[in-house]
Write a protein that binds this ligand. Structure first.
Ligand SMILES: C[S@@+](CC[C@H](N)C(=O)[O-])C[C@H]1O[C@@H](n2cnc3c(N)ncnc32)[C@H](O)[C@@H]1O
Length: 204
């Protein structure tokens, strides 16, 4: 089964608040955006945004230029139905981040729990290239991935685990790591999953 079919199946069987990644507040992601000193009209892209409520929280906070890039049609269909009219304030792109060719440059790239599903070296390198090509100068990227203390697989797929040093090495020298933090996410099934939230900046 290809990865898209896999995620479509997951979204057709489960509601957004039943997925292991479900988070009602997206507190750390919002904090990282709010403290980055960027205005409310920055261009934000959320990779693998799925049917998560992150984009809705951004809209509620007054951010006006939000794009969701998501592999699963099913996730996009469900998110649009849940959001109603608010969905029209978001730009939706269905596709694989590895094939993404941005037609605008972003100030803030957000990826919570999508990047860690890339396990092949060449795919990880491709992702890095897509990020570099999509970010404005001084743009920022925030990744939330499983840490080395986190799960080895999720939603039936293997993942890559990260530490601050391997993330720093991976994105250097093109991107500078400016912040990181470990975080225990508690799934709807009350299981702890350790994440590392990291933030990078693209130098001028
Ligand atoms: C675990 S969910 C996380 C959803 C959301 N970001 C959150 O924080 O709850 C992973 C999401 O990434 C999407 N995804 C996985 N691989 C992808 C890829 N290569 N390109 C774009 N989206 C992808 C999946 O369809 C799914 O919606």
């Amino acid at each position: 089964m290809n990865v898209k079919t896999h995620w479509d199946k997951i979204y057709s069987k489960h509601s957004f608040d039943q997925l292991a990644s479900f988070q009602p507040s997206h507190k750390l992601s919002l904090e990282l955006i709010e403290t980055s000193g960027l205005s409310k009209n920055i261009k934000i892209i959320d990779i693998g945004g799925g049917d998560a409520i992150f984009a809705e929280l951004l809209l509620d906070k007054g951010y006006t230029d939000i794009t969701i890039l998501e592999l699963s049609d099913e996730a996009i269909k469900k998110a649009k139905a849940r959001l109603g009219d608010k969905a029209n304030s978001i730009k939706w792109i269905q596709g694989n981040v590895l094939d993404f060719s941005a037609f605008e440059e972003y100030d803030f790239w957000h990826d919570r729990a999508a990047f860690h599903f890339l396990t092949k070296f060449e795919d990880i390198q491709k992702y890095k290239k897509v990020v570099q090509d999509s970010l404005k100068q001084k743009g920022k990227i925030m990744l939330a991935t499983f840490s080395e203390l986190g799960p080895e697989e999720c939603s039936g797929l293997p993942v890559t685990q990260y530490s601050e040093s391997n993330l720093m090495k991976l994105f250097a020298p093109e991107l500078h790591m400016i912040r990181w933090q470990y975080y225990d996410h508690v799934t709807p099934g009350k299981i702890k999953q350790n994440y590392i939230y990291s933030c990078f900046s693209k130098p001028v």
